[in-house]
Write a protein of this length. Structure first.
Length: 236
């Protein structure tokens, strides 16, 4: 049995259009999707899914398709119209043809295996590159967020320091005002004390003067009484 071609895998003819190739890929990829419930226990589904994908990647690319068609055409035996007396397909020729087909089929199979391996390695490399790019993006985003948090923390610390300085200045200002008020109150209290003391001293002086005046008046009255009674003032 001849090996299947990429067209056979997509269930198409070699003259299929690009649109037909795309439609066949979508239909068969969905049919053999290994994530579907009915395909999860079928290992052949994953193989067919990969084969459909590989066939589509080759046949959907114009250059790759042309090269593939050329390779397939070269691998197929060429039959020329000749006139022979005896039958052309003798047993030895059939054996040789079978050997050629087996060798060509093996070479084609190896070539497809190589292409499949290259495509898988390419897909793995692309996936790793994408993962590395995503990791780099996440690390850059984390670094940006960390820098933003650091700036916000510094701004918060600066704002707290400014508020603290403002509070200290306000407290110092209030303390100076209170000190000034206390000093003014102390000065007023000292002035009041001096005024009270001066008033007390004045009152004492007035009281002393008044007492002296009463004593003088009493003495004068005593002298007058003595003069009236005794003719002379003994106390004066």
């Amino acid at each position: 049995m001849a090996a299947k071609t990429l067209y056979d895998i997509l269930e198409l003819s070699s003259s299929a259009s690009t649109e037909a190739i795309l439609a066949a890929h979508d239909r068969l990829a969905a049919k053999y999707d290994p994530d579907r419930a009915e395909n999860r226990s079928n290992p052949d589904a994953r193989i067919r899914h990969e084969a459909v994908k590989e066939a589509f990647l080759t046949l959907s690319n114009t250059a790759k398709r042309a090269q593939y068609d050329k390779t397939v055409a070269q691998a197929q035996p060429k039959i020329f119209n000749v006139e022979v007396v005896e039958p052309f397909w003798t047993v030895p020729k059939l054996i040789i043809l079978a050997v050629v087909l087996l060798i060509g089929g093996g070479a084609y199979y190896k070539h497809k295996q190589f292409e499949t391996r290259v495509a898988a390695e390419k897909a793995i490399a692309e996936a790793k590159a994408k993962e590395a790019a995503e990791q780099a993006r996440l690390e850059a985003e984390q670094a940006r967020l960390a820098a933003q948090r650091e700036r916000e923390e510094k701004m918060e610390q600066l704002r707290a320091r400014r508020e603290q300085d403002a509070t200290i200045r306000q407290m110092n200002s209030e303390r100076r005002v209170i000190t000034s008020i206390d000093q003014s109150a102390a000065r007023r209290e000292a002035m009041d004390q001096r005024r009270v003391e001066a008033q007390r001293q004045n009152e004492e002086r007035r009281a002393a003067i008044a007492a002296q005046q009463r004593a003088d008046r009493e003495k004068a009255e005593l002298c007058r009484l003595e003069r009236e009674r005794y003719g002379s003032a003994v106390s004066c």
